[in-house]
Design a protein. Structure first.
Ligand code: HEC
Ligand code: HEC
Ligand code: HEC
Ligand code: HEC
Ligand code: HEC
Ligand code: HEC
Ligand code: HEC
Ligand code: HEC
Length: 209
């Protein structure tokens, strides 16, 4: 005959439990005693591991550097309430979250929803913006295999806030000053590769006049 978990709950409630090496908090308070303590049809109170990893599978294994999960402790990011509430200081990584990125959910950058298995990615070969953003300029600004989006853009919006035309091959002065960009920079006529042309083969006066 075995005792029901309610019997143990009366003898050994939360307060007593909180004196052990493992406090019952958050969702663990709502977890029936036997979920953790019953193994092989026998009550087991001793030799239960008390690290998160002893009971929970590390779903991030091979996706994330182990240094973020010291000694199997998931608390660098998770609480014991729900898995989807995250608190983490991203400055600990090589990529600081600035501008709009501060308000983007971890999931949007690190979990890919394409496949049924939510594939994770926490590491990239490089830290190019084009890992996540399409180069709508179709490599016009690519130098040595890399397009430095931040030469013209910030992380706040996609306006060319940092671009200064006087750094271009052609300065806008005299009658050219204040002209609408589209007067000189027109979209391509290809429907497949539709983008605005910023690089010209010929920039002599007679190419436009
Ligand atoms: C989420 C998992 C979990 C739940 C739920 C849980 N426990 Fe525990 N319990 C543990 C862990 C972990 C330990 C600590 C083992 C250790 O000392 O390292 C422990 C320790 C104990 C001990 C042994 C204390 C000692 O000093 O040897 C008793 C008795 C116990 N729990 C009873 C209960 C009862 C009764 C409930 C239900 C009210 C309960 N536990 C719910 C995980 C749990
Ligand atoms: C002794 C075993 C044990 C340990 C140690 C343990 N848990 Fe749990 N935990 C459980 C069990 C059992 C449940 C309830 C069943 C389930 O959802 O997996 C649970 C539930 C949870 C849930 C809720 C899951 C859900 O879907 O609602 C979270 C979050 C959680 N644990 C986080 C942690 C974290 C973080 C740690 C380390 C600080 C930890 N747990 C340590 C056994 C444990
Ligand atoms: C460096 C941060 C970090 C650490 C450490 C970490 N996780 Fe996570 N985990 C995440 C992020 C981010 C998500 C996605 C949360 C969301 O839904 O927005 C996540 C989600 C999860 C989920 C839910 C998966 C899903 O598809 O919704 C589980 C389960 C989980 N983590 C378990 C663990 C366990 C177990 C550990 C410790 C062994 C751990 N995590 C350590 C960042 C972390
Ligand atoms: C705007 C996109 C973005 C968001 C939002 C974001 N991250 Fe990251 N994260 C990155 C990039 C980029 C890296 C750098 C990857 C590299 O160095 O290869 C990174 C690196 C990491 C790493 C280091 C991985 C490793 O193994 O070195 C962890 C851990 C991490 N992020 C967790 C989180 C968590 C937790 C959140 C939510 C609080 C979050 N990130 C939100 C883009 C993002
Ligand atoms: C790991 C993925 C990732 C990387 C790397 C990344 N971003 Fe983002 N970025 C996002 C996500 C996700 C959003 C949220 C909006 C979205 O879904 O496009 C975002 C949003 C933005 C926005 C705001 C767009 C808007 O319309 O509000 C700007 C601007 C931006 N990123 C610029 C950059 C720049 C510049 C870089 C390179 C320094 C960069 N991002 C690198 C994932 C990333
Ligand atoms: C030399 C300057 C320059 C660089 C470098 C640059 N852009 Fe732009 N970008 C512009 C200008 C100018 C515009 C505004 C006119 C337009 O829509 O083409 C713009 C607009 C955009 C827009 C908004 C388009 C729309 O329809 O509103 C996005 C998105 C964008 N850029 C993404 C990128 C990404 C991603 C990179 C890096 C791969 C990048 N840009 C690099 C100059 C630049
Ligand atoms: C009178 C014609 C003219 C006008 C008006 C004009 N541009 Fe240009 N722009 C040029 C020429 C010519 C170049 C040089 C093209 C080259 O290097 O192949 C250029 C180059 C650029 C480049 C590429 C710079 C680089 O470093 O690669 C960008 C981006 C650009 N213009 C954006 C703009 C924007 C934004 C406006 C409106 C505010 C504008 N231009 C107005 C003629 C013009
Ligand atoms: C990339 C195209 C482009 C190039 C290269 C270019 N221009 Fe222009 N230029 C324009 C446009 C567009 C206007 C505005 C004319 C209009 O609104 O129809 C303009 C206007 C002018 C005007 C004023 C004409 C008027 O009727 O008000 C003069 C003068 C002028 N350009 C001289 C030059 C000279 C000199 C050069 C060579 C140093 C040159 N432009 C190179 C595109 C160009």
């Amino acid at each position: 005959m075995s005792f029901g978990s309610r019997f143990y709950s009366i003898l050994f409630g939360f307060e007593k439990h909180n004196l052990t090496k493992f406090k019952l908090e958050g969702s663990h308070m709502a977890t029936p005693c036997f979920t953790c303590h019953k193994k092989d049809e026998k009550w087991n109170f001793a030799n239960l591991g008390n690290r998160c990893i002893d009971c929970h599978e590390n779903i991030h294994k091979n996706f994330m550097d182990e240094k973020y999960i010291p000694e199997g402790d998931c608390k660098t990011c998770h609480s014991v309430s729900v898995w989807n509430e995250i608190s983490f200081d991203h400055k600990k990584t090589d990529f600081e979250l600035i501008g709009k990125h501060k308000t983007v959910s971890c999931r949007k950058c690190h979990f890919k929803p394409e496949s049924e298995k939510k594939l994770q990615q926490f590491k990239w070969e490089n830290q190019f913006c084009t890992n996540c953003h399409n180069d709508i300029h179709f490599d016009q600004f690519t130098q040595n295999g890399k397009t430095d989006c931040e030469r013209c853009h910030t992380n706040d919006n996609w306006k060319p806030e940092k671009f200064d035309h006087s750094t271009a091959r052609f300065k806008l002065d005299g009658k050219h000053e204040g002209l609408a960009c589209v007067k000189c920079h027109k979209p391509t006529d290809s429907l497949l590769r539709n983008y605005i042309v910023y690089k010209f083969k010929d920039i002599s006066c007679k190419s436009c006049h």
